[in-house]
Design a protein around this ligand. Structure first.
Ligand code: SF4
Length: 506
């Protein structure tokens, strides 16, 4: 189930880029340990959350050094680079650009000044929905003459937060964070540091995951629990929604900067998080298997074999096979290592599309009625290509089973979907989608079934990309939260999409 190359099944087809998490964050405070190497391996475990750039900042108590570049963690760092990042505190980041464009100056951790004249290095997973307000505040404070990373061309919400943290006067970094965090809207899981202290903060909705772990000689914070295990840390607890944690030689300190109002991202359970992660006490793999079982209960299948679209469709296919009693088999073999090359395929190879990354196991599907299980449909191009391959390999019938409801709305909280116009489920009936992807039948799990599988109360989840009910205000778009309400008129949301940075980032 490991996805070591960081490439998920929605990356199988270049023109069908799937949902992208904005980032993975990692922080460690551990005197006597090689903290940069801990951060490096921690980021490896989080590579699936962002593959465009990676960076690590480390402090030896007097000075912070940062190294970051475009590329996968393994491409950015080598032994020599890591050896320059000495000290007892480190913050690491792997990025996908859903807020701000894909360029070197937007790579994180972002470096800035503290109110006390030191340095702060920040790593962020999420998206701030009041970026316009924050930019105006930075202009008010700094005038039209930008400073720090903003002056160097960093146009992310993280750079704005870093600048606002440092622009306060006569306060400690902890107090500056306590002042700033309640002013930030949207989704944020921050890990940041000055020369002496590691900090972690999570938005009051807890949209993106963030966990705290213990090393024998220190502490670790990370986007997902498996990153703790990778560096030998034991899981202590999640960072609470609305909580700011600081860790230094005096131990760990926790303060609430806002009342918790949980609205965790349900798409973390469906696709984004590693299957071995647990979010709010619920194991992601078990959720996905249960989504498969529920899908089978809701949609009876007349099939000879159940196959997954690897990798992230696998747990749901396991559950679907178990519940339906139809045998499970691996109908595809994935060439995981293709994702590790930066060599562009030739024109001839490019035309092979998905076949460069996936082969059909012909003996499994020839002459069979095949139920193929995937976690979600975004544009539908991947499913169309997969169905064509199965038919060419001799499948008698292809029935597509999707373990999440149709994705119909954009995400403003850190996930880059296609624009609403590109979403295949936007305005199309199931029959039309079935015809478009070339399947014999197509079935989705119900919204209730998906939610039940997470074992989380509906009121504590964000389901906006499926329902259009946004739990957090979208002040940049002039929209207030609509959780529990009917979505607004389409025209209103079409305007949203037009402004949606996620819809326009590559
Ligand atoms: S809109 Fe969808 S992807 Fe975005 S936070 Fe909500 S559930 Fe997650």
């Amino acid at each position: 189930m490991a996805r070591g190359d960081g490439m998920l099944n929605h990356d199988l087809l270049d023109e069908d880029k799937g949902p992208k998490d904005e980032c993975g964050v990692f922080g460690v405070w551990a005197p006597g340990e090689e903290v940069a190497k801990l951060a490096y391996y921690g980021l490896f475990a989080l590579q699936h959350r962002g593959q465009e750039s990676a960076g690590i900042a480390a402090s030896d108590g007097t000075r912070i050094n940062v190294y970051k570049d475009m590329g996968l963690v393994s491409q950015v760092f080598d032994e020599t680079t890591l050896n320059t990042l000495t000290g007892h505190i480190a913050v690491g980041h792997c990025r996908y650009s859903s807020m701000g464009s894909k360029k070197w100056s937007n790579a994180q951790p972002t470096l800035g000044a503290t109110p006390e004249g030191g340095a702060v290095a920040m790593a962020h997973n999420g998206a701030l929905t009041n970026k316009k307000d924050l930019a105006a505040k930075v202009r008010d404070l700094l005038g039209d003459k930008p400073a720090g990373e903003i002056a160097q061309g960093n146009d992310t919400d993280t750079a704005l937060a870093t600048a606002l943290m440092g622009a306060q006067e006569d306060v400690s970094l902890f107090d500056a964070a306590m002042n700033l965090l309640p002013q930030l809207k949207g989704a944020f899981s921050f890990v940041f540091m000055d020369e002496h202290t590691l900090y972690a903060a999570r938005d009051p909705y807890g949209v993106r995951p963030l966990v705290l772990g213990r090393l024998e000689r220190g502490w670790v914070v990370a986007s997902e629990q498996p990153a703790l295990a990778t560096v030998g840390a034991s899981f202590i607890r999640e960072v609470k929604p609305g909580e700011l944690i600081s860790i230094d030689e005096d131990g760990i300190r926790s303060e609430m900067f806002a009342e918790p109002n949980p609205a965790g991202c349900i798409f973390e359970y469906v696709y984004l998080a590693r299957p071995d992660a647990s979010i709010n006490g619920r194991n992601v793999y078990e959720s996905r298997v249960e989504m498969g079982r529920q899908l089978a209960r809701e949609n009876k299948a007349d099939a000879d074999v159940v196959i997954p679209v690897p990798e992230s469709g696998t747990p749901a296919a396991v559950g679907f096979a178990e519940e339906s009693g139809i045998p499970f088999a691996h109908g595809f073999v994935k060439n995981s290592y293709v994702g590790r090359t930066f060599i562009k395929p030739s024109q001839t190879l490019r035309q092979l599309g998905i076949r460069l990354k996936l082969n059909v196991q012909e003996s499994v599907v020839r002459g069979k009625k095949v139920a193929v299980v995937d976690d979600s449909i975004v544009r539908g191009n991947t499913q169309r290509a997969i169905i064509r391959m199965l038919r060419e390999a001799g499948a008698a019938e292809v029935h597509v089973k999707i373990s999440s409801p149709p994705v119909k709305w954009p995400c403003f909280y850190g996930i880059d979907f296609a624009s609403r116009a590109e979403l295949i489920a936007n305005g199309a009936t199931i029959e039309e989608i079935t015809k478009s992807v070339g399947a014999d039948s197509l079935a989705f799990i119900s919204e209730d079934g998906m939610i039940e599988a997470t074992e989380q109360p509906r009121a504590k989840l964000c389901t906006a990309c499926f329902t259009g009910e946004y739990p957090i205000d979208l002040p940049d778009q002039g929209i207030t939260a609509s959780r529990g309400c009917e979505p607004g008129p389409d025209a209103e949301y079409e305007d949203l999409v037009a402004d949606d940075p996620a819809a326009t980032t590559p």
